[in-house]
Design a protein. Structure first.
Length: 97
């Protein structure tokens, strides 16, 4: 699985007992920036007060989704290629989207 290999490469291996790829947030953010040129593009609040963030590189098109818990531990959720920034509006009621 390509994504799993990229995640391990970013963090250097699983860092918690559950085998997930996690590290302190500052370490994850620094590695995403230095290795992939990714910066934060968006964020929101998820379940259990986890901060969900999307990092991406406009030049390479790589992207990574992270979740940070209340203790400041950030885990990689997904990553991929071909990132495109969009700002779509809601469809007009009664018209096909």
């Amino acid at each position: 699985m390509m994504m799993g290999a990229a995640v391990v490469a970013i963090l250097g291996g699983p860092l918690d007992a559950q085998g997930r790829n996690c590290a302190p947030r500052d370490v994850v953010v620094e590695r995403l920036a230095s290795k992939y040129g990714e910066s934060r593009q968006s964020m929101g609040l998820g379940a259990n007060n986890a901060v969900i963030e999307v990092f991406a590189s406009q030049s390479s098109g790589t992207w990574t989704i992270t979740a940070t818990n209340v203790r400041g531990v950030t885990c990689l959720v997904a990553s991929g290629q071909a990132f495109e920034q969009m700002a779509e509006g809601l469809p007009i009621p009664g018209q096909d989207a």
